[in-house]
Design a protein around this ligand. Structure first.
Ligand code: 0O2
Length: 253
């Protein structure tokens, strides 16, 4: 039996609307990606330290959009998806250290043409399964030929350790669906604690290296050089002196 012409027309219109919707998400993603790449490249070129290790992006596949819409009861219409699904366009930034996450977050939130509509801090308040990441939901203006559309893009910022954990957990969930064996859930939880411990250790080492560099630049000597040990009191005085200089006090030109 032939499908009625009106039904074919309605289906074609729905497909066209969906294509148009995904196209605007792609544009929004490109706009925000450019901003992040600019920051990363500027850090690489001009500064001696780059907080951005890796950037990835994707527009959710149609299958994944349909699956999530069904799970969460979101209407499968352009308006329904715009209002109910915030991660159709997603960017993931991986950083070396937890402090880098705040730095990158602040740089993005400070951009005047981006609107932060929601922030989910799963680092301070990790999910019960052990998931950690900072999620920022932005609205990005996209200038089309006949209008400006504010496109929602989710930015996930996490450390390499958090990302390692999340990728494995995602694969396990994909494999087992809702029936992940109990012992794996427990092990994943423990692995998340180990990843957090690793992040804390790496941050401490990183801080010490930064401090070393700062003292070396200020004093012109190697603070750890055993041939020229700096007495602790002198080291403290040096630290105080460079702190004052950094805060713009004595010694400022
Ligand atoms: P995919 O395949 O990565 O796209 P809600 O919490 O219900 O308000 P939602 O959309 O789940 O809404 O928001 P949330 O918590 O910000 O999650 C969005 C995305 O973050 C997920 O997209 C995952 O990418 C990631 N995420 C959130 N929780 C977890 C988790 O426990 N484990 C892992 N591995 N990733 C997580 P999708 O669509 O679920 O998946």
């Amino acid at each position: 039996m032939d499908t009625p012409t009106s039904e074919v027309a309605a289906t074609s219109a729905r497909i066209r609307d969906m294509r148009r919707l995904l196209m605007t998400y792609r544009f929004g993603l490109d706009e925000l990606m450019t901003k992040i790449v600019v920051l990363r490249d500027e850090f690489r070129e001009i500064r001696d330290y780059n907080p951005i290790e890796h950037i990835g992006s994707r527009v959710k596949s149609i299958e994944s959009i349909i699956g999530k819409a069904q799970r969460k009861g979101i209407p499968l219409t352009p308006d329904g998806l715009r209002e109910g699904m915030f991660d159709i366009a997603g960017i993931r930034i991986t950083c070396g250290f937890v402090s880098d996450i705040t730095r990158v977050r602040d740089l993005l939130v400070g951009q005047s043409d981006l609107t932060l509509v929601e922030e989910r801090d799963y680092i301070t308040h990790g999910k019960p399964n052990g998931y950690k990441s900072l999620h920022l939901i932005f609205q990005v203006p996209v200038f089309l030929s006949d209008r400006v559309e504010n496109v929602t893009v989710e930015v996930q910022i996490r450390t390499i350790a958090m990302d390692f954990w999340a990728s494995l957990e995602h694969k396990i969930h994909y494999k087992y669906g809702h029936d992940v064996p109990k012992h794996l859930i427990t092990e994943l939880r423990l692995a998340s604690d180990v990843a957090s411990q690793l992040d804390r250790s790496m941050e401490r080492i990183h801080d010490e290296v930064l401090e070393y560099t700062r003292l070396q630049q200020a004093s012109g000597v190697d603070p750890y050089d055993e041939a020229f040990p700096i007495p602790t009191m002198a080291l403290e005085a040096l630290r105080e002196m460079t702190d004052v200089q950094r805060e713009g006090g004595a010694g400022e030109q």
